[in-house]
Design a protein around this ligand. Structure first.
Ligand code: FES
Length: 199
């Protein structure tokens, strides 16, 4: 990715963040800024980010920022996990074989694309032109999605769809699966985004 593309990706995410902040109201935005401001320079430079996922319930998602990018952490339900192998034939790269060094670390090159089956960690930036896809976790027919939708993400910019492991569906503008960033577990409930265990 060129510097120009990275800038464009960051801009898209910043715009999305601003919108989310506005929706959440000023009372939420102010403490967020004062809490995280001191580490802003370090984070922009690529520092890893520690995340406590103890309170994350099945079916819930949290987003953290790493290197200026949104990283999604989702605790998948047993039903969401069970759906993954069934949709392999509909996916462009079901086994995450493309660009493995760039998109899927070795420890996530499995059916669920994760270290722990239930916890999905992925960069929430579409591999087409850098929009941030929306959550479409509820299965079934709904606007812009097929009737047999199994749950996942829709990038409304040009219609790319991804499953609950960030794998892209076939014949969509996005060429690749969502990136799984380097990450490791510091404990059962603490994740470190930005570093592999071996690092
Ligand atoms: S940016 Fe996602 S489909 Fe084009």
């Amino acid at each position: 990715m060129s510097d120009k593309q990275v800038d464009s990706v960051r801009r898209t995410w910043l715009i999305a963040s601003s919108c989310a902040g506005a929706a959440g109201g000023l009372a939420v935005a102010v403490p967020f800024v004062s809490t995280f401001q001191p580490s802003e320079r370090a984070r922009a430079a690529g520092a890893s980010v520690e995340v406590d996922i103890a309170a994350l319930k099945p079916g819930e998602k949290i987003t953290v920022e790493w290197r200026g990018k949104p990283v999604w952490i989702i605790r998948r339900t047993p039903e969401q996990l069970a759906a993954l192998p069934k949709i392999d034939p509909l996916l462009a790269d079901p086994s995450s074989l493309r660009k493995p060094g760039e998109l899927t670390p070795a420890y996530a090159r499995n059916e669920h694309r994760s270290i722990k089956p239930e916890i999905m960690v992925a960069v929430g930036i579409c591999t087409h032109l850098g929009c941030s896809p929306s959550d479409k976790f509820v299965p079934g027919a709904q606007p812009s999605l097929p009737d047999d939708w199994a749950g996942g993400f829709l990038c409304a910019c040009h219609g790319s769809t991804f499953d609950m492991a960030g794998r892209v569906y076939k014949n969509k503008p996005a060429p690749d699966n969502l990136e799984v960033p380097p990450h490791t577990y510091l404990s059962d409930t603490k994740l470190l985004i930005g570093e592999d265990k071996q690092a």
